[in-house]
Design a protein around this ligand. Structure first.
Ligand SMILES: NC(=O)c1ccc[n+]([C@@H]2O[C@H](COP(=O)([O-])OP(=O)(O)OC[C@H]3O[C@@H](n4cnc5c(N)ncnc54)[C@H](O)[C@@H]3O)[C@@H](O)[C@H]2O)c1
Length: 317
């Protein structure tokens, strides 16, 4: 345990989610006191291994509940708002829920936060490079979200940065195993198909995307807390520098590890997800952060993960 964090108290909303359930475990191992607020909308049971820890508290509730959030924030040093309706399809199914959870609840939290409380917030980088094929994007490139999900996250990021004493992370597409598994994310989805269906048909296979492992996302939150004073009031792209890969290249990487995997590019048809960009991670690397998980290592992990986890269980779609 890192004694330096022994007394710092963290509130993680959405802490039972894909990122949150990995992050909560890492924060506890680092010596933080962690309180999770989550509605458990996926009926998942990801935090069971944390319940043995005295430094862990968990509340089943809604991040839009002002009285509850006021109460939970009162004694916290650090707040990490992860609770959201995540992804364009889910937000389109419940547009009101998307705006109130992804944007209004973050506005509420920033209104309630004392100036001294640190806020660290994740955003999707999916709005970069839309309509500008092959573009190289930095944090100064405009984010032009094309979905309600993207719009709510980009608006919420502005609210978080405006309050100051905050950091936001613009995450690449996350991959890897988590106690609350998500199989709808691109790498996780393709590896699932490679293992269980042996085949995938891809649309617009030359479009470049970038990726980051879920444990490296947890690592960047800890890094942000530990270097808060020099990093605060800025946004940081977080992705693997050597994994700006097209969907075809991603399939080739999977095939190297799952040789029976077959993939075909459809001659017609479009992917509604228009991401096609190179993202620079120079700013976060300049703060001394380095990811530990390569794409290949994550694919090997996922192949084992899918021996355990199957669709129809706790995962999305
Ligand atoms: N996974 C990615 O690729 C990615 C990329 C960029 C940003 N993010 C952001 O990271 C955060 C976490 O994403 P995730 O992938 O872990 O998704 P997730 O769906 O696994 O986690 C979201 C969690 O929020 C909870 N939740 C939803 N509505 C709630 C409410 N009203 N009150 C309380 N809890 C509620 C859900 O039960 C779930 O546990 C989100 O803010 C998302 O926008 C994720």
């Amino acid at each position: 345990m890192n004694k330096g964090h022994a007394k710092a108290k963290v509130l993680v909303t959405g802490g039972a989610g894909y990122i949150g359930s990995v992050l909560t475990r890492v924060l506890l191992e680092k010596g933080f006191h962690v309180t999770v607020l989550d509605s458990f909308m996926y009926r998942q049971t990801p935090l069971l291994d944390c319940c043995a820890e005295d430094a862990f508290e968990v509340v089943r509730g809604d991040c839009r509940d002002e009285r509850l959030v006021t109460d939970l924030m009162r004694d916290k040093d650090i707040v990490i708002p992860l609770a959201a309706l995540v992804g364009a399809p889910l937000c389109d199914q419940d547009r009101m829920g998307a705006v109130t959870t992804n944007l209004e609840a973050v506005r509420l939290l920033c209104k309630l936060a004392a100036r001294s409380q640190m806020v660290l917030f994740p955003v999707t980088n999916s709005g970069y490079g839309i309509g500008e094929a092959g573009k190289f994007c930095t944090e100064d490139s405009p984010l032009r979200p094309i979905s309600l999900y993207g719009e709510t996250k980009v608006e919420a990021e502005k609210v978080v940065l405006d309050r100051e004493n905050s950091i936001t992370f613009r995450l690449a597409t996350v991959f890897g195993a988590s106690p609350r598994m998500r199989m709808d994310l691109l790498v996780n989805d393709f590896v699932y198909r490679a293992v269980h269906d042996r085949a995938v048909v891809i649309f617009e296979g030359d479009f470049k995307r970038n990726y980051i492992h879920v444990r490296d996302v947890a690592k960047v939150f800890v890094h942000g807390i530990e270097h808060f004073d020099v990093m605060k009031n800025k946004t940081y792209n977080v992705g693997l520098e050597n994994a700006n890969l097209s969907k075809l290249e991603l399939c080739q990487a999977i095939q190297r590890l799952v040789p029976s995997f077959v993939f075909l590019e459809a001659p017609i048809g479009e992917d509604p997800d228009k991401r096609d960009y190179f993202v620079s991670n120079a700013r976060i690397l300049g703060t001394g952060y380095h990811p530990d998980w390569s794409l290949e290592r994550g694919i090997r992990e996922l192949v084992k993960c899918y021996v355990v986890a199957r669709k129809g269980g706790c995962a999305n779609a």
